[in-house]
Design a protein around this ligand. Structure first.
Ligand code: SAM
Length: 221
């Protein structure tokens, strides 16, 4: 998919968009929440376990587009001693929770992080800014990246449209992969290892990815 073929979002890419009403709609007690606490805890445990599995010691972690910070406590429980930075574009959330305010497209910390998590964020950036953000991950991350974003195929086939925000940029998984591969090695299930990080990637870990892709292709076509 070329950038020109991406779907244009209905709203502009502005931090004001992510206001109280947005989080009430998608995460509020009366909404059909897009992500439950239990689901996010399970995801955080997987991230911590997989990061340990590839031998990455985590002293610092960045939750890039952390939202309400649903993964913060479970990540810190599973990675004791780590320092968590939540980065948010939403002024509303930064005022409410004290997250660092900025965009994943150009955030520049003093030091890169051992672990970077970016879950369900990148579809909110247009092609230009998403490309910048994916390149920026190379500066933000020196170890493991966990990355997930709604794709065009997810929207067409898998997503529960009643609970999923349609006002985003839909792109193919390949669009993301092509850009991430410049600086990261894919090891499956949303995990990427920074090239030249010194982390050893065994071939059996790559087999996990091959098997995952095969099952995914069988299910998704
Ligand atoms: C669907 S929420 C996901 C939040 C969190 N990652 C989670 O899974 O609970 C998307 C979040 O991305 C944030 N976001 C959008 N554009 C961003 C950007 N350029 N930089 C940082 N965060 C951004 C929004 O403010 C919003 O909180």
């Amino acid at each position: 998919m070329t950038p020109a073929a991406s779907r244009k979002p209905l709203q502009r890419d502005a931090p004001q968009r992510f206001d109280r009403a947005y989080y009430q709609k998608f995460y509020g007690p009366h909404s059909q929440s897009v992500a439950s606490k239990a689901e996010m805890s399970a995801r955080a445990e997987l991230i911590a376990a997989y990061t340990r599995h590839v031998g990455c010691r985590v002293d610092t972690l960045l939750d890039a587009g952390c939202g309400l910070g649903l993964m913060r406590d479970p990540l810190l429980r599973a990675l004791p001693g780590a320092t968590y930075v939540g980065l948010e574009y939403s002024e509303y959330l930064c005022n409410r929770f004290g997250w660092a305010h900025g965009s994943i497209a150009d955030y520049r910390p003093r030091e890169p992080f051992d672990l970077v998590v970016s879950y369900d964020v990148m579809q909110y950036l247009d092609d230009h800014n998403a490309s910048r953000a994916l390149a920026n991950f190379a500066k933000l991350c020196r170890g493991v990246l966990f990355f997930s974003a709604l794709t065009l195929r997810d929207w067409r086939i898998t997503a529960d449209r009643a609970r999923t925000d349609p006002d985003v940029w839909m792109r193919t998984a390949d669009w993301y992969r092509r850009r991430l591969r410049r600086h990261f090695i894919e090891i499956g299930a949303g995990f990427w290892v920074r090239r030249h990080s010194g982390l050893v990637i065994w071939e059996h870990q790559d087999l996990i990815r091959v098997r995952y892709v095969a099952v995914h292709d069988l299910l998704g076509g």
